[in-house]
Design a protein around this ligand. Structure first.
Ligand SMILES: O=C(O)CCC(=O)C(=O)O
Ligand SMILES: [Fe+2]
Length: 347
């Protein structure tokens, strides 16, 4: 099928059209994380090799044997469903713009009447939860603003914090795998994630039964994520996520029980001198039911200076990017995406 492209605001090619090829899920590699919990160097090496290929060739993969207990995932979905089912006015009590930064509720355009809201998605955002007297919080450091918690449902905060904690541990483990995949010692990145930029968003998409007016008029338009990588939990039994493959075709990513979907994001792409791919993706919920997903965005400490990793730069070539403070890089990307709104709000 011939594919056309349009350019997004970063000048990147986005395949046009809304049809996605429904393919066997094996088109996205499945990585088994079990070796990372053991001490068999051979098994770790084999995993690192598979991970390396997945990150270079696809930028997306399923992760199994990740060690996160299923009840903790189920509880996070159940609490999220209860939250989104609350009356609109109650959710708006913690609307994102009421407090600085990322945390809070983002409504759907139809309800808010705000043309800048997302049309086909509402969400709940949170940062790493720190004590209110933490110097990062008191100095209003970007990405460390206090979270905004709803009054209901009971247990929402504890449930999401438990899930967030699991994601942070998994992210740390996974980063060890990425280090091995880059021919670095397993603990290479660990000193750089002591108080990392980590954000989480629960996405809620109504069914989209009508025709989209264009390819941005969907649950989540084509984009890449900003940080090092994303750990995505998809609601059971509902396929809506799509990923661009090397041929510029949109590939559906059905949920596989017992797995997360992991994708490389922009910070890691840059850090690896574009060796790893931050792959474009989008969400189109053509199902009869609404859909929830939980995206955990794992970055580094904000104050590390990030230069392309030396063994990702071919011999005799200059790195593609100058050094940059990680927090400034992510803030720049966020700012671009939200057309300056978030940065203004942080100022
Ligand atoms: O809902 C999904 O499957 C993906 C969400 C996503 O891409 C994001 O939140 O960045
Ligand atoms: Fe994303």
């Amino acid at each position: 099928m011939a594919m056309g492209y349009r350019l997004d605001r970063y000048g990147r090619q986005v395949p046009v059209g809304l049809s996605a090829r429904q393919t066997d899920f094996s088109e996205l590699p499945v990585i088994d994380l079990a070796p990372m919990f053991g001490s068999d160097p051979e098994a770790k090496r084999a995993m690192a090799q598979a991970l390396r290929s997945a990150c270079i060739e696809v930028g997306f993969f399923y992760l199994k044997n990740h060690g996160v207990p299923q009840p903790i995932i189920d509880q996070a979905f159940a609490a999220s469903a209860e939250f989104f089912a609350l009356p609109y006015a109650e959710k708006m009590e913690i609307e994102q713009t009421r407090t600085p930064g990322y945390p809070g509720y983002t409504p759907m355009q139809e309800e808010s009447g705000d043309a800048k809201s997302r049309k086909r998605q509402e969400g709940f955002n949170m940062n790493l939860e720190l004590p209110l007297d933490d110097p990062y919080v008191t100095s209003r450091r970007p990405f460390f603003e206090p979270n905004s918690w709803p009054r209901r449902p009971a247990g929402f905060r504890d449930t999401l914090l438990t899930y967030f904690g699991e994601m942070r541990n998994l992210g740390q483990k996974l980063l060890g795998g990425f280090a091995l995949a880059l021919d670095l010692p397993e603990d290479h990145f660990q000193p750089m994630i002591t108080k990392p930029i980590t954000m989480m968003r629960v996405n809620h998409y109504p069914p989209q039964e009508d025709q989209a007016s264009d390819d941005e008029d969907i649950g989540n338009g084509a984009h890449t994520d900003f940080e090092c990588f994303t750990i995505l939990a998809q609601q059971k039994g509902i396929t809506a996520l799509q990923v661009v493959n090397g041929k510029g075709e949109w590939i559906s990513v059905p949920p596989i029980p017992g797995t997360f979907v992991i994708n490389i994001a922009d910070q890691m792409e840059r850090w690896t001198n574009d060796l790893f791919s931050s792959t474009m993706h989008r969400v189109l919920n053509k199902n009869a039911m609404d859909r929830t997903s939980i995206a955990f965005f794992f970055g580094s400490d904000d104050d590390i200076v990030m230069s392309p990793l030396p063994n990702c730069v071919p011999e005799g070539e200059a790195p593609k990017y100058p050094p940059i403070r990680a927090g400034d890089y992510v803030l720049g990307r966020v700012d671009n995406a939200y057309e300056g709104n978030l940065k203004k709000k942080l100022a």
